[in-house]
Ligand binder design. Structure first.
Ligand code: BDP
Length: 705
């Protein structure tokens, strides 16, 4: 932006941020940057046209609508915008923006400062092309109102899993030495990064709430306020994970029964104090009755009772409670084939549809198990038309290589978001999360929800992959996952490869002019299909897990097989996979509406990539691809490891050409070496295990021990 004459018209904290951003991009205050504080809207007509005092020509005008006098160059854009969108009641919302180029001026208009900020970041993405030929008015607004990252961060560091549970990027970005990070600039920079990606909310502590972290709700609330203060200028609201047992552990009450009057009063009083301290506080995140966390079951109450008591406390302040649907029995008897962890969320929550207050957002993991490299879409997403649903992704790569392996997850998330739970052509998962299903031509169940709570949608949430690592995410290429999450939450229809282009250009190209084309092409070759590569050398055909217990890194086929966690593959000498059919299995396939319940029920119709999730089949079972299951296992494991070797060679090209910063280069090389070692280890252990189990040799005669 350096020499571009820029006018910023508007006032407020986020407008100050916009001014900062413009200045950081090289536009000097007093020289090329003019700030105009408008008067109240009522004083003058919104379109003041020629009345603009700063009649000098600007290259870029950023202006808040509804304030007067609107700068002259913005006026013609305002007129065109009104002509086009006049009939809509709220055409922009408080995060949307209008972009146009008329004559020699690029104009951004928004109804609220947040929109101007997102517009500015969009302009940065567009680069020079935003200042080229004329552009008719474009309207941008986020598909999802809630675009949130959950940090599984602990304040204390002495937890079994390190400071950040499932964190692979160093310590917490928020917490250090038992208190808030001493380097506020880093947290502020994180807010900036989030806004640039489109994220507007964060939960600042682990869903597994330990003793110290529980206190963030009460006597340590000031620490949370300090973070909120740093993120506020970037339009990011703060949420807290709270313990359902807080009335007991913090309030000294004898019970946390949600129907107990004292408990209700405690939540109401505590929440009032939270809003007294942090007026724009987002709300609570709750993991209840799950993996040892306390919950309403202890009192014989339902999860609707549990969620509603918190929601009632938050309602006066427009706060919401994100209630997680990740509820299952982690102490199941592995000998009992009738229990099925995949069924659990639906069994617990589907019967409660319609019972949640409208400021409860039920947060559902995208698959029924736990962020495996491949899972079917959770049947809960189609089962609760009268409930606001948020879909939860995992940006942190717990089961996808722990940020030591390159695994670009954009394509996985895109596939989930465009999936039609009622069949192709019906509403998509993205539409359910956005709350835009009612009114769309769709199944009666969804249309019936018109006017109900689900119309608001719960948005997209993901577990963050950020820590205090200098590259933010451990593996520098894992930054692309953070970026892709934010972009897809804003616009779920975006092509993951195009998102990668944006990320590459924003991250690398400006600083390395030598051969941007080679850089771009190579990164695409390495990353575009890296999710499928990871799937190939780990757990293909939807079988899942097979990871080492506890830390979940590296192969261990039977690591969880005879344990209470409910994550089994049932491999024996004859076959492999979990029978989840209605006919002979756990009945899970029946949790889907048509056509999926029938598609998944049938081993013939079930897509290959999910076969072992739904069926126990002989090793000789023929896939649609024409291969047998056992041969597919061998082939994909050889192919996956080979592809990783190829990725490493591709990166060499960049290193040799000196196209990337040396420190980043060193970090990526070290990780690619580890990825290759890991892929070969997976290949050898999985292939040998199934060769020994099945006794079937590799049809291509490759060496398997
Ligand atoms: C699993 C993680 C565990 C989390 C849990 C959750 O292994 O650390 O606490 O999910 O989502 O994937 O609550």
């Amino acid at each position: 932006l350096g020499s571009r004459r820029t006018l910023v018209h508007g006032a407020g904290t986020l407008v100050d941020t916009v001014l900062d951003e413009v200045a950081q991009a090289g536009v000097r205050h007093g020289g090329h940057l003019v700030h105009q504080e408008p008067g109240p809207a009522a004083e003058q007509p919104a379109v003041a046209g020629e009345a603009d005092p700063g009649a000098e020509a600007f290259d870029l005008v950023l202006a808040l609508r509804g304030t007067a006098p609107l700068p002259a160059q913005a006026a013609s854009v305002e007129v065109e915008f009104r002509q086009r969108y006049a009939e809509r009641a709220d055409p922009l919302g408080d995060e949307g923006f209008v972009l146009a180029r008329h004559g020699d001026t690029t104009v951004l208009l928004a109804d609220a400062p947040n929109g101007l900020l997102y517009g500015l970041f969009h302009l940065v993405r567009l680069g020079e092309s935003a200042f080229g030929a004329d552009r008719p008015v474009e309207r941008h607004r986020p598909a999802m109102r809630v675009r949130m990252l959950d940090h599984w961060d602990n304040v204390d560091v002495h937890h079994r899993m390190g400071q950040v549970e499932r964190g692979y990027a160093g310590g917490s970005i928020f917490w250090q030495d038992g208190g808030p990070r001493r380097d506020p600039a880093r947290v502020r920079a994180y807010g900036r990064l989030l806004a640039a990606c489109g994220v507007n909310a964060v939960a600042v502590n682990n869903v597994n709430v330990h003793a110290t972290e529980a206190r963030l709700l009460t006597d340590r609330l000031g620490d949370v306020a300090a973070i909120a203060e740093l993120l506020r200028p970037y339009g990011v609201r703060v949420f807290l994970s709270v313990s359902f047992a807080a009335p007991i552990v913090l309030g000294g009450l004898p019970s946390a029964d949600p129907l107990d009057e004292q408990v209700r009063a405690w939540w109401a009083g505590t929440t009032a104090q939270v809003y007294g301290t942090i007026p724009d506080f987002g709300g609570y995140v709750v993991k209840a009755d799950s993996e040892g966390q306390p919950g309403p079951f202890a009192y014989g109450r339902s999860h609707a009772d549990g969620a509603n008591v918190l929601a009632e406390a938050l309602a006066p302040y427009d706060g919401v409670v994100h209630w997680r649907a990740f509820v299952y029995n982690h102490r199941q008897d592995w000998r009992d084939r009738s229990t099925d962890r995949a069924r659990a969320a639906f069994d617990h929550f589907a019967p409660l549809d319609g019972q949640f207050r409208d400021n409860v957002i039920l947060q559902v993991k995208h698959g029924p198990m736990d962020f495996q490299v491949r899972e079917p879409v959770s049947p809960v997403i189609a089962a609760m038309p009268a409930t606001r649903l948020a879909v939860e992704f995992q940006v942190t790569q717990e089961y996808t290589g722990q940020q030591r392996h390159v695994c670009y997850l954009g394509p996985l998330w895109r596939e989930v978001l465009e999936f039609g739970p009622w069949g192709a052509g019906g509403p998509t998962v993205a539409a359910v999360a956005a709350g835009s299903t009612p009114g769309d031509a769709g199944p009666a169940a969804v249309a019936g929800a018109a006017g109900s709570a689900s119309a608001a949608g719960g948005g997209l949430v993901a577990v963050s992959n950020v820590g205090d690592d200098p590259f933010w995410t451990g593996h520098p290429l894992a930054q692309a996952n953070l970026y892709a999450f934010g972009r897809l939450a804003w616009a779920p229809e975006l092509d993951p490869s195009a998102i990668l282009d944006e990320w590459i250009d924003l991250t690398f190209v400006p600083s390395s002019t030598a051969d941007p084309e080679l850089l771009r092409r190579t990164l695409h070759e390495i990353m575009d299909d890296s999710w499928h590569t990871y799937e190939q050398y780990t757990a293909p055909l939807g079988v899942g897990f097979m990871v080492r217990p506890e830390h979940h890194y590296g192969p261990d086929v039977d690591g969880y097989e005879y344990t209470p966690w409910g994550t089994y593959h049932f491999a024996d000498r004859d076959g492999i996979g979990v029978d989840r059919t209605r006919k002979s299995g756990t009945g899970y396939a029946g949790q889907y509406p048509q056509p999926w319940s029938d598609v998944y029920e049938s081993p013939q119709r079930c897509p290959d990539e999910l076969l072992l999730f739904f069926h126990h089949v002989p090793y000789g079972h023929l896939l649609h691809s024409g291969s047998t299951v056992i041969q597919h296992i061998y082939d994909t494991h050889f192919a996956g490891a080979e592809r990783v070797a190829g990725m490493r060679q591709l990166w060499e090209r960049l290193s040799t050409a000196g196209l990337v910063d040396p420190e980043l280069d060193a970090r990526v090389r070290e990780r690619l070496d580890e990825q290759l070692r890991g892929a070969q280890e997976w290949r050898d252990q999985i292939n040998t295990y199934f060769f020994r189990k099945s006794g079937v040799p590799d049809a291509r005669g490759r060496r398997i021990h």
